[in-house]
Design a protein around this ligand. Sequence first.
Ligand SMILES: [Zn+2]
Length: 339
Amino acid sequence: MDNVEQILKSAKSKIDTANSKQELYNINSNYLGKNGELNQILKGLKNLPAQDRPKVGEVVNKCRNEIENLIRQKILMFDKIELDNKLSNEKVDITIPVKPCKTGGIHPVTIIQNDLIDFFIKKGFEVKSGLDIETDYYCFEALNIPKNHPARDAQDSFYFDDETLLRVHTSASQVRTMELQKPPIKMVSTGMVYRVDEVDATHSPIFHQFEILVVDENVTMCDLKGMLEDIAKFLLGENTEIRLRPSYFPFTQPSAEVDVTCPHCKGKGCSICKQSGFIEVLGCGMVHPNVLKNCGIDSEKYSGYAIGLGLDRFIMTKYGINNIRDLYENDINILKQVK
Ligand SMILES: [Zn+2]
């Protein structure tokens, strides 16, 4: 009994002076563990007279409970101190200024593309994106581009095999539409197109087109010219004028290049427009009767016009960007100037 008394006293004083949870775990195993001091006493019970054993056992258990309780309370106390320290150290200082967060923006090509799509949807046009991988037939044959045309050369286009290639223009989706729909047809096709070109200041193997097609009865060059004026004013402002120059494309006849008032000098003449006051932005023409025939449309009854705009070149012209690579190198300082 005296031993138990001694053990309790010494355990209490060690618990009192313990400075860490680890110390408490050690005290726990020294006094209450398998080889702990209390167990040693229990092991010695068998040497005591039978009538004394329950009494000693009871005192040992009482002592064990008391030590356990004291250790548990002190561990809880350490836990609380630990938590309090953590909370006071980790408190958020709302007075620290935050770094401004930079957000990305919509790419200039997509901005112009979306603006044009809105413009044409309001005019009742359908929007088609078409297929990136097309066949020789839809890219060339149906569009009246003869076998010996340079665009059909493997050196100018990305062929997968003799019949399949990455589209060289978005016109292929116009053919697909004309095959499936009867006139009147009012559609725009837009997306990426691919040509074998070394990257330099004005060339890129990938660029973007926006094409417009109208096929109906009695469509004339007057309708085409009216539409070109609308587009030019929409893209570059109300005072923009257009100028048509005769040109040649296999899929239109007659064909024209379209110049617009230089947006930099407003037509007065500057280095960008080479003092002419005009810059070239579009190609267009009346749909070639062969193209209509290839698509099963009666070219005696119906006529149409087609307009093609290179979005990348247009953006370069409008914003005075000299290098097409600036549009694709993710230089935020350049891209954010184009709104
Ligand atoms: Zn100019």
